[in-house]
Write a protein that binds this ligand. Structure first.
Ligand code: SAM
Length: 224
């Protein structure tokens, strides 16, 4: 994994900024409309999350390995989920599945206060050390995010970045009134993107396209 890579890899140069601009234009053609989300994608360096061998692919619209059998999500997926969350500056956001930390950086660029939980100890430790070195400061937690992070609940927004077999009850409970939860739900290989909106205790459910996430593990996830 490129985390804590050489200084030259971390530097954000003219070429990388150009490639990010190209990626933003691609996401626009794929239907992403929220300018704040597109701006955030245009700002966060994605190449710094990549292994040196994969560096040339950092601004392709594809998911890539980050070690531990996990992936950094496809930029379109990151943009899609983030857009559906309708983030406002100051929103308290819980992310399940810290992974590389890229999604957390996008949320922070939008002015959210980010709480992020990761199940894999190696990824948790790497990302907890790496993100602050880039100037990004979410609150990090290690554990089973299918149970949420009750100590800091409620959350205005919750984003699950791994595929779940069901919508975990704990996440619905920890969602604030007027809150939005975005989560891929379905089988181990493919899931439907689901958005739940909570209004005066009543849940509205919307379903979007099919995506392919790595599995959400844990109590209300898949068995490892
Ligand atoms: N958001 C990440 C990023 O920006 O790089 C991508 C996440 S990756 C597609 C999914 C992550 O969810 C993996 O790092 C995996 O270890 C984590 N995960 C799986 N089950 C989890 C659980 N129950 N709680 C927290 N994290 C979990």
């Amino acid at each position: 994994m490129a985390f804590l890579g050489s200084k030259s890899m971390i530097e954000d140069n003219y070429k990388q900024r150009g490639l990010r601009g190209k990626l933003v234009r691609k996401l626009r053609t794929k239907g992403i409309r929220n300018e704040a989300v597109l701006d955030a994608i245009g700002k966060v360096p994605r190449h710094v999350f990549f292994d040196e061998a994969l560096l040339g692919h950092a601004y392709e619209d594809k998911a890539f390995p980050i070690g531990e059998g996990q992936t950094i999500s496809q930029p379109y997926t990151v943009a899609f989920q983030t857009e559906k969350l309708e983030i406002k500056p100051g929103d308290k956001v819980l992310e399940i599945g810290t992974g590389s930390g890229y999604q957390a950086c996008i949320l922070l660029e939008l002015g959210a206060k980010v709480y992020t939980i990761e199940f894999n100890k190696i990824l948790y430790e790497k990302t907890k050390e790496f993100l602050p070195s880039l100037g990004y400061h979410p609150y990090f937690f290690l554990g089973d995010g299918s149970k949420g992070v009750p100590v800091r609940a409620p959350y205005d927004k919750i984003i699950v970045t791994a595929g779940a077999p069901v919508i975990p009850d704990a996440l619905i409970e920890q969602l604030a009134d007027n809150g939005i939860l975005i989560i891929p739900v379905g089988g181990r290989e493919k899931q439907t993107m689901v958005r739940l909106t909570k209004k005066k205790g009543v849940l509205k459910k919307e379903e979007f396209d099919t995506f392919a996430f790595v599995p959400l593990l844990g109590k209300q996830g898949w068995k490892p």
